[in-house]
Design a protein. Structure first.
Length: 144
């Protein structure tokens, strides 16, 4: 199977995975933290959360596009709803499953993280579009 490296969802999930890996490392390296004491539980929560966020965002954007919503609006909506879903439903669910109900993980706010996710996603899409456009022009310069 050939990967379409121009597909923004590939880059979105790769970047989210890298940022999450750095966050995971930062959490388990904290001295005397519950994350350092239970790194495999935190890894399970982290991996499940990233998979859920990516899968939910892609699925919701697909459904919204089928409802004839413009692609950028549908994809941004998918990301926003994925973050909200994670904060309200899947985050507490994965915390209960991976921490055996012992976790103090909870999310107080939904609107601010969703607004931040929208802004970051739109910035990501803009930078990706600029990068692809620049690389496309760069590649055409050498052609005759």
């Amino acid at each position: 199977m050939k990967m379409n490296w121009r597909a923004h969802w590939v880059w979105f999930c790769l970047i989210l995975g890298l940022i999450t890996a750095a966050d995971y490392a930062e959490h388990i390296l904290r001295p005397r933290s519950e994350f350092a004491d239970r790194p495999l539980d935190w890894l399970a929560f982290t991996a499940a959360s990233v998979a859920t966020l990516c899968g939910f965002a892609i699925s919701v954007s697909f459904v919204l596009k089928k409802a004839l919503i413009s692609p950028l609006v549908a994809e941004t909506g998918g990301v926003a709803l994925a973050v909200a879903f994670h904060l309200i439903v899947s985050g507490p669910f994965w915390a209960a499953v991976t921490w055996n109900g012992e976790s103090q993980l909870h999310f107080d706010s939904v609107l601010e993280p969703v607004a931040m996710a929208i802004a970051i996603y739109l910035a990501f899409r803009g930078l990706l579009w600029i990068s692809i456009a620049a690389l496309s022009r760069f590649g055409k310069r050498g052609e005759t």
